[in-house]
Design a protein around this ligand. Structure first.
Ligand SMILES: [Zn+2]
Length: 393
């Protein structure tokens, strides 16, 4: 293999411009400037600016510029959004937390493409992007919510750090920030941009893990799930509130033989909690030689997947059976999307267009009544045909 010096660049850190030029000349290369691109990611020794990190949003916009797909239906466009536009920023999102501005740009670009296609003609956005980005079984169209996905992808790093994977990068991070602690135990300040991204994902990561007890050093006694199916602070909230050792590890508390340092004497209810807790603790078995093991509780296998965390984050209320059935139907996607919009009463009827300050009349061209959804089609709640829909049939 030969080095192509024309395509190579020399990067220097911590030396003067003159010296840098001299070194570049010696290699017969150009002098590169940070941030450099490595496997498509911007990398720099200093903090990346918002602009430097927004390149993925720019890429999505550029991709649209070359597409010639004005004739596509909503179905076709939704497939392109899922398969192409949304996947462009994924790789970057696996490393960096994208700024709100970039997230907004991603939403706007995808939303505009869904409703307007690629032309310059303005069209009505009948449903806001936040609703489109709800999973199908909870009533949305299932476009990826990049804020949630960003966190889910970053959480993978925390899981790898806690699980004790020994790749070089993880070892360096562990030595620098964690020592022997778990991610949630560490209280580092002034961390790198990458690490601050992980902090954003921490809250959701915590909800997805439980611990298998080894020596108890990495487990927080009150906050982590390690004894039973929920954390002890949830199970014994009264004790937790008056305990002075709220951030202690299981190992620390065991060393003092579970002697909780409480702020005041116990009331009757607290005594009950205390007795129950003591009974549970009597059954705890330690494995002194073994580290605590993190388990991903959202997957039956116990292994982390960003998909499971994303689904967990996007679970909202009860599953909408009717919508779930709609998406399962063997119909062309564009028909399903149309029915979905009809269900949400967001088809471009005269009534809806008037709400959006559309020009034309809100009256039915055929009979002069107000052109509503049920007038044009049928009454969805009773599934009876009604209005002009019936007469036209
Ligand atoms: Zn009519």
């Amino acid at each position: 293999m030969k080095i192509n010096y024309n395509k190579s660049e020399v990067f220097t850190i911590g030396i003067s411009e003159v010296d840098s030029e001299r070194i570049a000349d010696a290699f017969n290369c150009k002098l590169g400037h940070f941030p450099m691109k490595y496997l498509g990611l911007p990398i720099s020794y200093k903090r990346l600016s918002k602009e430097e990190l927004s390149s993925s949003a720019g890429k999505v916009e550029k991709r649209l510029e070359v597409w010639k797909c004005n004739q596509l239906s909503h179905g076709g466009r939704s497939i392109l959004i899922n398969s192409s536009l949304t996947s462009i920023p994924m790789y970057t999102m696996g490393f960096y937390w994208l700024h709100e501005g970039t997230q907004k740009r991603l939403d706007t670009t995808r939303g505009r493409f869904f409703w307007e296609g690629v032309g310059n003609k303005k069209k009505y956005h009948m449903i806001k992007w936040e609703t489109l980005a709800v999973p199908k079984e909870f009533g949305g169209i299932g476009f990826v919510d990049t804020r949630a996905m960003n966190k889910a992808l970053l959480a993978k790093w925390i899981y790898k750090l806690d699980r004790g994977d020994n790749t070089l990068a993880l070892e360096v991070l562990r030595k620098k920030y964690l020592g022997n602690n778990s991610f949630c135990q560490s209280k580092q300040k002034c961390t790198s941009q990458f690490w601050q991204g992980l902090e954003k994902a921490k809250e959701w990561y915590e909800r997805g893990i439980k611990w298998k007890l080894g020596n108890g050093r990495k487990i927080r006694f009150w906050h982590d799930v390690w004894l039973g199916e929920c954390s002890l602070k949830i199970r014994y909230p009264r004790l937790f509130r008056i305990c002075r050792q709220q951030d202690w590890s299981v190992a620390d508390l065991r060393e003092v033989e579970w002697d909780l340092d409480l702020r005041r004497r116990l009331g009757i209810e607290e005594v009950a909690e205390w007795n129950e807790l003591q009974e549970a603790l009597d059954l705890v078995e330690f494995s002194e030689e073994v580290d605590d093991v993190v388990i991903w509780a959202l997957e039956p296998s116990g292994n982390f997947s960003a998909k499971s965390l994303y689904r967990f984050m996007k679970t909202s209320g009860e599953v909408d059976i009717r919508m779930t059935n709609l998406w399962k139907m063997k119909l062309p996607l564009k028909i399903k999307i149309f029915l979905w919009m009809l269900w949400h009463d967001r088809v471009q009827t005269g009534e809806q267009l008037k709400i959006r300050k559309g020009k034309g009349s809100e009256r039915c061209k055929y009979c002069g009544k107000l052109e509503t959804r049920s007038h044009l089609f049928f009454n969805l709640t009773s599934l009876k045909l009604s209005g002009c829909g019936l007469e036209l049939v």
